[in-house]
Ligand binder design. Structure first.
Ligand code: V47
Ligand code: SF4
Length: 385
């Protein structure tokens, strides 16, 4: 009998716990939190990587998604003091930061007139003077100018502050934004849910329960969202599994998370710089374990401006099936934290080549993960050499 990849893995694994996990993966059964921890403790890169690849292949064959998007970062002025953040400036130091007016943000939107972008991602610091009304007006203006553009915006941290200031419940606040045009939420602000770690890295912003409640309410109102996890700082494997488990539970309830995005802590220019950064090997193990543990998240995204394009490309062999978007040099969060990508922008050709050169099929998606176009290699302009 010819062995398939997973049968070989099962046969060659001598550790009984790991063997039993591989058998569960083959049977398409959920792994427990304890088994997730075992993977972190004992699963070598080649083991978790092969299993993650098997799962991703079953779900997506060889397809890797990307979208055509740009970001608006309204401000980097922020009332919060997350120690990992290299990007924000306190209100009293706002002359060192930026605060865009509605018109300046509309200028960014107008820059894309006639270009085939499908999504704008709006996220920034929590400015004490930019309130719910201001952002509703922004959404309405963008929708009026370009009705087909998907409006994804505001982390649960921004939303929590906006709604508390407006004295509205989460449901009321989200409904107002939805009425103004908001269609989905990005995944930021989740960091690590465990309170003892949150206290160390971002004590003053919305807690785990608040973050999860905002996403659950958005899902109930018909707005899908993403989920992130900031890893590679003070957290240990138990905190990572706890974080992913809470997201997995909410996904069981609502099935409205579009994707899971592990975000590697980047150590440039912030209060936690002394921690340094975890290795590339650790990044790839984490992606693979996320793919195995988060069985109800169809899409696992590597955010290339944070990881760097080559590492993002490597992650495609460790369970990742989504590279976010072309972005077009419109985000500063990671360049300010020391990421290699100082002006993150990829053309559609660049992103397709990156995917195709590892033997995968590039597929442009919309913000709800409907497939818009499959790019065959012959359609992509060869890179200049
Ligand atoms: O919540 C901030 C992270 C997040 C650093 O949903 C850092 O499609 C690493 O969530 N090192 C905001 N990470 C960005 C975000 C996001 C990005 C791209 C796509 C999507 C999506 C969401 O950025 C924050 C925080 O976790 N972050 N500083 C840093 N030094
Ligand atoms: Fe503010 Fe977000 Fe930076 Fe925290 S991560 S300080 S909430 S901009």
């Amino acid at each position: 009998m010819q062995l398939t990849g997973i049968d070989e893995i099962i046969e060659q694994t001598t550790d009984q716990e790991l063997k039993s996990i591989a058998q569960k993966i083959k049977r398409n059964e959920r792994i427990t939190e304890a088994e997730g921890l075992t993977l972190f403790e004992k699963g070598e890169l080649s083991f978790v990587g092969s299993l993650a690849n098997y799962v991703a292949q079953n779900l997506h064959q060889n397809k890797v998604y990307f979208n055509r998007n740009f970001h608006i970062e309204p401000t980097n002025v922020c009332v919060f003091t997350c120690h990992f953040c290299s990007y924000s400036r306190l209100y009293k130091q706002r002359d060192e930061g930026w605060e865009l007016s509605l018109e300046q943000m509309m200028d960014i939107v107008r820059k894309y007139d006639g270009q085939p972008v499908t999504e704008v991602h709006i996220v920034g610091g929590v400015h004490p003077k930019m309130n719910l009304e201001f952002f509703c007006e922004l959404l309405e203006k963008i929708r009026a100018h370009r009705p087909g553009l998907h409006l994804k915006g505001f982390t649960a941290v921004e939303l929590d502050y906006m709604f508390r200031k407006a004295k509205l419940s989460v449901q009321e606040g989200l409904q107002k934004l939805k009425d103004a045009g908001l269609q989905s939420l990005p995944g930021g602000g989740a960091e690590i849910f465990a309170p003892e770690i949150r206290k160390k890295i971002c004590a003053d912003k919305v807690d785990a329960e608040g973050w999860l409640q905002i996403h659950e309410t958005a899902h109930q109102l018909g707005m899908p969202s993403n989920a992130t996890m900031l890893y590679g700082h003070y957290e240990n494997d138990t905190h990572r599994i706890d974080h992913m488990s809470r997201l997995r539970q909410l996904q069981d309830k609502t099935n409205a998370f579009n994707c899971f995005i592990p975000l590697k802590y980047r150590s440039g220019n912030n209060d936690m710089s002394h921690l340094g950064e975890v290795s590339l090997l650790e990044d790839m193990r984490l992606y693979a374990i996320a793919r195995l543990f988060m069985d109800n998240f169809k899409n696992l995204k590597a955010y290339w401006p944070m990881l760097g394009r080559q590492n993002a490309q490597l992650s495609l062999s460790f369970g990742v099936n989504d590279l976010d978007g072309t972005i077009d040099d419109t985000t500063k969060i990671y360049s300010m934290a020391g990421a290699e990508e100082q002006s993150p922008a990829m053309s559609t050709d660049d992103i397709c080549r990156l995917i195709q050169s590892v033997g995968k099929v590039a597929v442009e998606r919309d913000s709800r993960y409907n497939e818009l176009k499959v790019y065959h290699s012959e359609e992509t302009t060869p890179a200049d050499r």
